[in-house]
Design a binder for this molecule. Sequence first.
Ligand code: DX5
Ligand code: ZN
Length: 228
Amino acid sequence: MSRLAFIETLRQAAPAILPSLLQCDFGNLQRDIRLLEEAGVPGLHLDVMDGDFVPNFTYGMTIVAAVRKLTKLPLDVHLMISRPERYLKQFCEAGADCVTFHIEAQPEPRPLLEALRQQDVAAGIVLNPGTPVEAIANCLDLCDTVLVMSVEAGFGGQSFNPVALEKLQQVREMAPHVVLEIDGGVNDHTIQRCTQAGAQMLVVGSGIFAHADYAQAVQTLQRLAHTP
Ligand code: DX5
Ligand code: ZN
């Protein structure tokens, strides 16, 4: 999918749930992806962690490539790695439709955002809860998405930090063009505050995978996201 098609698909789907595959059943990846497709999600969120930028370690481009083969859904790849510039090309080649990386990992993001644009892949910056929005002010013109973390990046299942809500509103004022994404602790109890603050893409891990029936969990979240 081209960069512009990705942006348009997500914009049209908003507000929408993006399942984070962090807690899916990797022994049954094909089945889990099919279940999520049947639940009608507009894309999938993949969390790449390197055990250095964050203490946790997940997977790299081989899993992104494997997921790519299993679905046509847009893939939103969230890099929680040090020096993300080393691997951008590989994640694009593995089939990412959007790549986001942390401003805390690369304080000079413009060349990376430009490189992603050249690959015709959507690009975005991620902010941890302690990082102010001002840290990305000088590169918002090159961002297709901004991902505001509502937990410290690294682990699923953490509690929602409402500092993200204020930051979503700040980003929206500074950059009306970006697709606003929120990630961490989004569940039945917190999702409405996220959409009220302007979140368009709601990344959900345990709020889906802790339930036996993924489709039902997605439907409940979607209903709440659409209720003002
Ligand atoms: C955390 C990851 C999230 C994580 C969300 O660092 O970026 O995508 O999977 O999981 P929950 O929804 O359980 O907070
Ligand atoms: Zn994530």
